[in-house]
Ligand binder design. Structure first.
Ligand SMILES: C[S@@+](CC[C@H](N)C(=O)[O-])C[C@H]1O[C@@H](n2cnc3c(N)ncnc32)[C@H](O)[C@@H]1O
Length: 395
């Protein structure tokens, strides 16, 4: 680990936590493993580290906090000795023009190393935030929705698994990763490097198990006309096209349409990609699809291990705004389903405000639809994450 790694990580953390930049965007082009370790490590322990900083420092300026987060992460969660961490952090501070605070950092790092702080005990303020590394409003949502198992669900959400869908012979997967573990739709893999080569060749693709289960819920798709109304980056559209569906993939953002096009190209799949707002009626789509998939924009709170920034930057009000958009998308896109056709509503979250409440309200207002299936997948610590799907049939 170098002083530059510390500066890079602190700058990325400042962007994500101060300016609200998405973590995956802030990390774009960063290939250094040490920076990954520092940034994702800090994100994972964000609430605990901040609690400790507030215990150990009477006051800390906002522009120093990202450096302190990285410094304390190194001392408390890596095997680097405190003396070494102090040296590298002080050099990083000097290079960043913050040399004046070296003494302050040295003292705080030493206190952290001596465990000169106490984390809150059960019942004390901050206990659950530091235990689960989540904001209190979000823990409140888990408690309300899952009163008897919220702790389990949160802890199981923290385990990271890489799931691939193969489009090659099984032996190719196993020679790339002999420890690959078969699932209903693909494999959990560990050897990212060798699998990465199959990925680049379009022989496998990374796709979470939950996402594949949403596609599987559509049933037989061969020859069917399918609209993926919110399609970028294209995972489900490609999956359905590979199974023989005639897919039209839409998204509202031109730059995200390009993601669908390059995904389809890498996977050597054909589909039509259109710029289309799913809330706006497109007359020539009315009654014309066998299947309409509304994989709506959502809070992503079912996949927090991959998106730690959302638990830091998202607020409850954001979820309310999203639920309004979801309702409009579902209402509008339901008009595109042929009589007898299928409408799928799906999210990657575990809260009913974006899930069951949406589909319940929709079904009550649309007597031409009946519910055929509804599944709330919960993080199980074995690779399944938090996904929701509701399959409805139009009479
Ligand atoms: C959950 S993601 C879709 C993931 C995608 N189905 C997949 O499997 O790769 C939601 C997508 O909806 C898009 N989106 C947001 N608002 C939209 C709207 N009004 N109309 C169409 N797409 C929208 C976002 O740009 C985002 O790409």
């Amino acid at each position: 680990m170098t002083e530059k790694n510390i500066r890079d990580a602190a700058n990325i953390i400042a962007d994500v936590t101060g300016k609200g930049t998405y973590l995956h965007i802030a990390m774009k082009g960063v290939s250094d493993k040490a920076v990954h370790l520092l940034v994702y490590g800090v994100m994972e322990k964000y609430y605990t580290l901040n609690f400790i900083i507030d215990e150990l420092c009477e006051k800390i300026k906002n522009n120093l906090r990202p450096y302190m987060l990285v410094a304390l992460y190194c001392v408390l969660y890596t095997d680097k000795p405190a003396g070494i961490v102090t040296g590298i952090v002080c050099e990083a501070l000097t290079k960043a023009g913050k040399g004046a605070v070296k003494g302050f950092f040295t003292a705080v790092i030493a206190k952290a190393d001596r465990a000169d702080y106490s984390l809150p005990a059960p019942g004390q303020k901050g206990y659950e935030e530091t235990k689960y590394n989540l904001p209190s409003w979000l823990i409140g949502m888990y408690k309300k929705e899952y009163p008897n198992k919220y702790g389990e669900i949160i802890e199981r959400s923290e385990k990271h698994f890489t799931h691939i869908v193969p489009y090659c012979e099984e032996w190719e997967v196993f020679s790339a990763d002999p420890n690959a573990e078969k699932t209903k739709t693909g494999y959990f893999v560990k050897n990212d490097k060798e699998i990465g080569k199959l990925f680049a060749d379009g022989k496998v693709t990374y796709m979470s198990l939950g996402s594949t289960m949403i596609c599987e819920s559509v049933g037989e798709v061969n020859g069917k006309k399918i609209l993926d109304a919110c399609a970028a980056p294209g995972g489900k559209a490609v999956y359905l096209a590979k199974k023989g569906g005639e897919v039209i993939a839409c998204d509202i953002h031109p730059h995200r349409m390009k993601l669908i096009e390059s995904y389809a190209k890498r996977m050597r799949t054909k589909m039509t990609v259109l710029l289309q707002d799913a809330m706006q009626l497109k007359e020539d789509f009315i009654d014309s699809f066998d299947v309409v998939l509304c994989d709506v924009p959502c809070s992503g709170l079912g996949v927090i291990d991959k998106k730690r920034d959302i638990v830091i930057n998202k607020k409850y009000e954001d979820i309310l705004a999203l639920s309004e958009a979801q309702k409009k998308i579902l209402n509008n896109c339901s008009l595109y389903v042929k009589p007898g056709g299928t409408l799928i509503y799906s999210t990657c979250t575990v809260f009913s405000i974006e899930n069951g409440q949406q589909t319940e309200a929709f079904l009550q207002a649309h007597s031409d639809y009946i519910k055929e299936d509804e599944v709330q997948y919960l993080p199980d610590g074995k690779g399944m994450e938090g996904f929701y799907l509701c399959r409805m049939r139009k009479n």
